[in-house]
Unconditional design. Structure first.
Length: 267
């Protein structure tokens, strides 16, 4: 069994917690350390039990506190070489990751990290590099896909294997097109290296999920170009059009942007 808590999911900061009975890791540390400590106290979670950090990519909302967390808790940080290089170049990261805490992953190569079997895979985004994670522990697994400009064949393969899935539903396309953002930013969001829309996220799930998929969380919602209820209704409607009933065939939830969501026990 896995315990899952989202400590933040959006442009203000991203951080996911996964724990077995004897081990724990964080995926991204883009939230403030003070807020993370408070949330953990509220949930009865010990940060001292976190033994590994996985990083998806080098944008500030995913790495803001990774150096400080690694330093304060003596925790190794795993990412691709390009992501680590991007972290070192990022001016937002005042506390860099120590050399002996820097560990490199390769896309498509499975690593045993403590009690977790971790496979990173490529995800298109306008960062130095970006990966999703397929994480197995015991008899269950979870797939994490965030900040994706489009859905690739590789991503589809991991969605198809997932029992639990966290997937970006960043925006409603019409809200972006008709909204106040400058054109260059609209173009970035809607590009093949930008972010997934509600519709794209729903279609990816509907067309690639297996009968084993139990729970889907929509992540990284835009504050300006989306709304939790809109995202949920859009995804639910598209799933229904494929004959997939939310609440019967799968559970569908939206992760909160700035406050914790969970905890969940994943089997």
């Amino acid at each position: 069994m896995l315990k899952f808590i989202s400590f933040g999911s959006g442009s203000s900061g991203n951080c996911y917690y996964l724990a077995t009975a004897g081990d724990a890791l964080l995926v991204d540390v883009g939230v403030g350390i003070r807020g993370l400590k408070k949330a953990c106290r509220d949930y009865g979670v010990s940060l001292a039990g976190v033994r590994h950090v996985l990083i998806t990519h080098d944008h500030a909302d995913h790495i803001k506190s990774v150096g400080s967390f690694s330093h304060d808790f003596n925790v190794p940080v795993y990412a691709t070489r390009e992501v680590h290089d991007g972290i070192n170049r990022n001016y937002c990261i005042t506390q860099k990751i120590a050399a002996d805490m820097t560990h490199y992953l390769e896309k498509g190569r499975t690593e045993q990290i403590g009690e977790f079997t971790v496979t990173p895979f490529g995800v298109p985004h306008d960062s130095s590099d970006n990966v999703g994670y397929f994480i197995e522990a015991g008899d269950t697994n979870i797939c994490i896909i965030t900040d994706a400009g489009n859905v690739t064949d590789v991503m589809k393969q991991y969605i198809a294997k997932a029992r639990h899935l966290i997937i970006e539903a960043n925006h409603d396309t019409e809200m972006v097109v008709n909204g106040p953002y400058p054109q260059f930013l609209k173009d970035r969001i809607l590009s093949q290296t930008g972010h997934l829309s509600n519709t794209a996220s729903a279609t990816a799930v509907a067309e690639n999920m297996s009968e084993d998929l139990r729970h889907v969380w929509l992540c990284h919602l835009s504050e300006e170009n989306n709304h939790p209820e809109l995202a949920r209704k859009t995804v639910e409607s598209i799933l229904r059009s494929y004959g997939i009933a939310v609440g019967t065939d799968i559970v569908l939830e939206v992760l909160k942007r700035t406050t914790p969501t969970g905890p969940y026990e994943l089997v």
